[in-house]
Design a binder for this molecule. Sequence first.
Ligand SMILES: [Zn+2]
Length: 342
Amino acid sequence: MQRFYWISFFLAFSSSLGVLHASIGDADPSYRSCLTDCETTGCVGSLCFPHCNFSSNGASVDGPWYMQEPLYIKGKQLYCQSDCRYHCMLSRENDRAASGHGPVKYHGKWPFKRVFGVQEPASVAFSVLNLVVHFHGWLSFFILLHYKLPMKSDKKPYYDYAGLWYLYGLLALNSWFWSAVFHSWDVELTEKLDYFSAIALLGYSLIVAILRSFNVRQEAARVMVSAPLLAFVTTHILYLNNYKLDYGWNMQVCVAMGVAQLLIWAVWGGVSGHPSRWKLWFVIVAGALAMLLEIYDFPPYEGFLDAHAAWHATTVPLTYMWWSFIKDDAEYRTDILLKKIK
Ligand SMILES: [Zn+2]
């Protein structure tokens, strides 16, 4: 029984930590009183939000299913909370700026200015750009393999890592799509979808790094290498989703998986003497330097461009270079295999 209490205490404590996301900005008493006022009156100063008026919604609403309680009310509350937080933050930041103070974070985020309701327009724009560059890379890789390079008699490409890179491209597109959605509208669901897509991509690209650098070509060997990593990544996502969204632990897992694959690629580039190793090394060094932006974490310039958005911007040219390396690798491997046949 004693143990049960400890477990439930630990569960309650850890889940409250996961939800809170406290920052300096939202700990401020005048911000807090603004928020309480806004959520009861629906107004911040002279600015009022009609969807924060809950008094008229005592009775159920007529109309289609999504207009019925409680989904409709819940959606309204969510919008109301997000608008109250935003406008209280703006008014608080104006006061702070007037008294010569710099910006602080609110609920774990810098004060961003919205554009057409989009919360972090710069991060959204760069996420979309990353998505476009990935799509371009993925498509040109497909065209190279199926229309430019010679094919086997069974109409399959010689390059034995084609399937792995196709799936990589799809996971990357998925990840940048959810990144754009999350930076447009930050709620628990969009945040989880962004995080889990990124973890899936990172885990999968570690598998590709191992399979390519160790030249694992047989199906059975590929399954043996991938299975434990897939199991780990799946468990990690389930843990974050069902048990505790632990940002610190997730960061450690992601950094470990990221550093591991960068090291594998970097060493392999040197050992294998790959003709395009300079592209590989450029992406690794520039990618690692760009990570410093995430650590430096400066506030948004003019309310728009923060360190995170700048980091998303740097991955755009690196993604282009990365797909260029993948295409070089396809040509290089195809050349080797053709020479072997001759
Ligand atoms: Zn992001």
